[in-house]
Ligand binder design. Structure first.
Ligand code: SF4
Length: 739
C-alpha cells in the first residue's frame, strides 16, 4: 500500500520538512514538505536524494569482521562478544584511557546517539572522546562558556526582523548556515534587502550566496579577527556602546583597551578591506534598528577563531543588538538545558589531554592530536578506537599521518551506514539505521532556531536487515565489555533488558525507548509529546522573547556578561605577532575550504547523480593572475604541497577567489574506499592531506584544527616522466589508480 509520511531531514542544521512516499515498506521518493511550519516546501537536493543513501546497495546490513584483510558477515552476538572480550583485555593490559572514541557530525542530528556514545565511553572509565567539533565549531562553545557561563548559549540571529546582517566566512545558499537554522536561506536573506536593510558577505571567495544577494567584500583568509578588532574599536570611538548593556557587563574597559590600537587603517593592510568599505559596513550596522554580525567555519577554522568569535559577540552585545528583536536572541529552552548541564557537571574538574594539555570542550579533546595520542607511548596511549558516524581519515587534519596511526591500533570498531575509508581499516563494522528508520525530534537544531518550533516524527520504514539504532549498540557494547552505563548496575540492567527487544521478558511499557527522551524534550518546552505529535508538520512555539537574557539568564556571578574573559584577553596579546605573520610576503598561496551544493563533508559522494561527469572530482580554484604566474590552465592537474603532504587536483581558474588565494572543497579522496562502490571511482583529492596536525597546530583555546588560510605551494603537474615516477608514490598512487 502506498502512503505519504511526514519526516524531516537530518543532514544539516536546516532540518527541512520532508514527505516520504512509501510503498510496500520501501521509501520510493522524498519531497519537500509544503506544510512544514518553517521550511514550507523547501528542501535542497541533498535531502531529496537521501533516498539513494538510505537505499544504497553499499549500506552495511549486518556486522562485519575483517578476516585476513577481507570483510565477512558475522552475527551481532558474535561481534559484540568478540569486541567485548578485546575491550576487556586491552583495558586490563593498558588501562581505561587506552580506549578512545571519535564521533562525527551526523551524530549531532540525533538526540540519543551522542548521549549514549558518551555514556558508553564513560562506562569504560575513559575520557578520550574526540569529535568533529574540533574541525568546525568548538571555538563557539569555548567563547559562550567564557562570556555567558554556558557553552549552550549561542545567540541566534533574528533573521526575519533584522535590518543589517554581516556574514563572515559562510555561504548560506549552499551550507544553510551552522548554529542557526535557515531553510530557504536565499529568500530569507533577500527579505532583509526588501525591507530596506543590508546584507554583507565577507569572504575570500565570491560565493554562490554573493552571486544572488547582498554586497560581497573580499577579505584575506584568516584575517577576520582584525576586521572585528577595528569594528569593536569604532564601537567605542563612535560612542555606540549601549549604556544599559555596559552596566550588565564586566570587562568593558579592558575590551576598550585591547581594541584601541586597531585602527581601520592598520587592519586594512592585513584584511585587504579598504577603510571606506569597512566604514560603510559599520555605518550600516550601527544605524540599523536590529543588526547582527555572524560567522561560521571560514572564521572558526582559522588560527584565532575563538578571539574572532569573542569580539563578534562583544560587538553584538555592546551595540545593543543582543537580546533584541531584529538582533540576536537567546532561546528560553537553552537556559533550562544550560542549567541542567551545569548541575550535572558541578564538582567535576576538567582533565587536560595527555598530549599537549588541551582542555576538553564539551567533554571532547581536539581531533588534531589524535595521531599523537595513538603513537606516543606511555600511560594512557590509545590502543583501541570506536568511530561512530565519522570518517576521521578524511575529516581530520594531516590525514595521511592519521591513517598510519589508525593502522597501529589494536582494535578499531566503526559504527556507520557504510564501510567508509576509516571502516576499511576497522576490525569490526557495526551497521546502523538511517534517519528514515528511526523516530526523532529536531532537538539538535532547537537551540539555533530563529523561528522556534517542535516536531516529532516516527520512523518512516522499518530498520533494514540487521541495522540497529546507535543507542542500542552502545548499550550492548557496554554489556559485552562488562561495564555499566553511568556506573549503575540497575540502569545497565534496565537498558540491556530493553535492548533485547522481542527476547526481553520486560513488559513493553517498562522498557527504555528514545521516546522517553522525546517526552522530556516536549516537557522542557512546556508542552506534551501528544500535543506535538498532533502536528506532524511541526508546531510553532512562542517567539524567543527579547530583553530576557542580559542581566537575567546569564549563568555567571551577578548574571553579568563577561566581555573580557581572562583566557581570551591573554591570547589577544598575541595578535600583534599574528599581524606581523599575516602581513609578511609569502611564497605560496593561502588555501581556504569550500562547501558544494551536492556534497556534505565526506559522505555524499556515493550518490551517483552527485558525482557524474565533471562533478567526479573537487577542483582547486585559482585566480587568473596566479594561474598565469604559475602557468596552470583550466582543467590541468596541479600539484599542491604543504609540509604535511601533497595532492594532485584539477584546476579551475576564476576571479571568484582573491589573488593569492586558492579554494578547495574538502571531504574528497575516496579512491581506497572499496566499501563505497560509486565514491571510490571519483578522482577528487583529500584537502586534509595538506592540513597540519599536532598540539602546536591546533588553536590553544578551543583545540580547533587550522583548516583555512593554510599556506600551499601550487605547481603544474609537469611532464610525463614525472607523472610516471610519481605513479607509485602515496598518496598519489590512489589518485592515479582512479584515473
Ligand atoms: S538544507 Fe540541509 S536539512 Fe534541508 S534538505 Fe538540504 S541537507 Fe537536508
Amino acid at each position: 500500500m502506498a502512503e505519504s509520511k511526514a519526516t524531516f531531514c537530518r543532514i544539516c542544521e536546516a532540518g527541512c520538512g520532508l514527505i516520504a512516499e512509501v510503498a510496500d515498506g520501501r521509501v520510493t521518493k522524498l519531497r519537500p514538505d509544503e506544510a512544514h511550519v518553517v521550511s514550507r516546501g523547501y528542501a535542497c537536493v541533498k535531502g531529496i536524494r537521501y533516498t539513494e543513501v538510505h537505499a544504497s546497495s553499499d549500506r552495511v546490513e549486518t556486522p562485519l569482521k575483517r578476516v585476513d584483510g577481507r570483510f565477512v558477515a558475522i552475527s551481532w552476538a558474535d561481534a559484540l562478544r568478540e569486541i567485548g572480550e578485546r575491550v576487556r583485555s586491552i583495558r586490563t593490559q593498558h588501562g581505561d584511557q587506552s580506549i578512545g572514541m571519535y564521533v562525527g557530525n551526523p551524530a549531532a542530528f540525533s538526540l540519543p546517539h551522542p548521549l549514549f556514545a558518551q555514556m558508553f565511553l564513560a562506562s569504560l572509565g575513559s575520557r578520550n572522546l574526540f569529535t568533529s567539533g574540533s574541525q568546525d565549531c568548538n571555538n563557539k562553545f569555548v567563547v559562550a562558556e567564557a562570556m555567558y557561563g554556558s557553552a549552550l548559549y549561542q545567540p541566534v540571529p533574528d533573521i526575519d526582523h533584522m535590518q543589517c546582517f554581516i556574514v563572515l566566512g559562510a555561504n548560506p545558499a549552499i551550507s544553510h548556515m551552522s548554529f542557526m537554522q535557515l531553510p530557504r536561506p536565499v529568500e530569507r536573506l533577500k527579505a532583509i534587502e526588501k525591507r530596506g536593510g543590508k546584507v554583507y558577505l565577507v569572504n575570500p571567495r565570491r560565493t554562490e550566496t554573493a552571486a544572488q544577494l547582498g554586497e560581497h567584500v573580499f577579505i584575506r583568509p584568516d584575517c577576520d579577527v582584525f576586521l572585528l578588532l577595528s569594528f569593536a574599536r569604532e564601537l567605542f570611538a563612535r560612542g555606540r556602546v549601549d549604556p544599559f548593556v555596559a552596566k550588565a557587563c564586566e570587562g568593558v574597559d579592558e575590551l576598550a583597551r585591547i581594541v584601541e590600537p586597531w585602527t581601520s587603517e592598520r587592519t586594512a593592510r592585513v584584511t585587504g578591506i579598504a577603510v571606506a568599505t569597512l566604514d560603510a559596513m559599520m555605518d550600516h550596522y550601527f544605524a540599523a534598528n536590529g543588526a547582527a554580525l555572524y560567522c561560521s567555519t571560514g572564521v572558526n577554522q582559522g588560527k584565532h577563531g575563538s578571539l574572532a568569535y569573542w569580539l563578534l559577540n562583544a560587538i553584538n552585545a555592546l551595540s545593543g543588538n543582543l537580546d533584541k528583536r531584529g538582533g540576536l536572541l537567546v532561546p528560553m529552552a537553552q537556559t533550562r538545558a544550560a542549567k541542567a548541564v551545569k548541575s550535572m557537571s558541578r564538582g567535576l574538574t576538567p582533565i587536560p589531554s595527555r598530549i599537549g594539555g588541551h582542555a576538553p570542550v564539551l567533554g571532547s579533546y581536539p581531533a588534531g592530536i589524535l595521531a599523537d595520542e595513538i603513537e606516543t607511548s606511555g600511560e594512557g596511549q590509545l590502543r583501541a578506537m570506536f568511530v561512530s558516524a565519522g570518517n576521521p581519515l578524511l575529516s581530520c587534519p594531516n590525514a595521511q599521518r592519521l591513517d598510519g596511526a589508525f593502522r597501529k591500533l589494536e582494535l578499531l570498531v566503526t559504527i556507520d551506514l557504510f564501510r567508509n575509508e576509516t571502516g576499511n581499516l576497522a576490525d569490526y563494522v557495526l551497521p546502523v539505521t538511517s534517519f528514515l528508520e528511526r523516530e526523532d525530534v529536531p532537538l539538535s537544531v532547537n537551540g539555533f532556531q530563529p523561528l522556534p518550533y517542535l516536531q516529532h516524527v516516527d520512523a518512516v520504514v522499518a530498520p533494514r536487515a540487521e541495522t540497529r539504532d546507535e543507542w542500542w549498540i552502545f548499550v550492548e557494547l557496554a554489556r559485552a565489555s562488562a561495564s555499566r552505563i553511568m556506573g549503575s548496575r540497575l540502569l545497565q540492567w534496565w537498558l540491556a533488558a530493553s535492548a533485547s527487544g522481542d527476547r526481553s521478558w520486560l513488559p513493553q511499557i517498562m522498557r527504555f525507548s528514545p521516546r522517553l527522551m522525546f517526552h522530556a524534550v516536549a516537557l522542557a518546552h512546556k508542552t506534551t509529546l501528544g500535543r506535538v505529535k498532533a502536528h506532524p508538520h511541526g508546531v510553532l512555539l512562542a517567539p524567543h522573547p527579547p530583553q530576557t537574557f542580559i542581566g537575567k539568564r546569564v549563568l555567571r556571578k551577578d548574571k553579568k556578561l563577561n566581555l573580557a574573559p581572562p583566557e581570551l584577553v591573554a591570547h589577544a596579546e598575541n595578535l600583534a605577532l599574528f599581524y606581523e605573520e599575516q602581513t609578511r610576503a609569502r611564497q605560496g598561496l593561502l588555501m581556504i575550504g569550500q562547501r558544494e551544493k551536492t556534497s556534505h563533508n565526506s559522505w555524499m559522494h556515493n550518490v551517483e547523480a552527485f558525482v557524474r561527469g565533471p562533478r567526479s572530482t573537487n577542483y582547486l580554484t585559482v585566480h587568473p593572475d596566479d594561474a598565469r604566474r604559475l602557468q596552470v590552465e583550466p582543467g590541468q592537474i596541479a600539484s599542491v604541497t604543504t609540509k604535511a603532504g601533497r595532492i594532485c587536483v584539477p584546476v579551475r581558474v576564476s576571479d571568484e577567489v582573491m589573488a593569492g588565494v586558492v579554494s578547495l572543497p574538502h571531504g574528497w579522496g575516496h579512491q581506497r574506499a572499496d566499501g563505497l562502490s560509486i565514491a571510490r571511482d571519483t578522482t577528487g583529492a583529500n584537502a586534509n592531506v595538506l592540513t597540519p596536525d599536532g598540539s602546536d597546530a591546533v588553536e590553544r583555546l578551543s583545540g580547533m584544527a587550522h583548516l583555512t588560510g593554510v599556506e600551499v605551494e601550487v605547481q603544474p603537474w609537469l611532464d610525463a616522466r614525472e607523472r610516471e615516477a610519481e605513479r607509485d608514490a602515496e598518496p598519489l598512487s590512489a589518485f592515479f589508480r582512479a584515473r
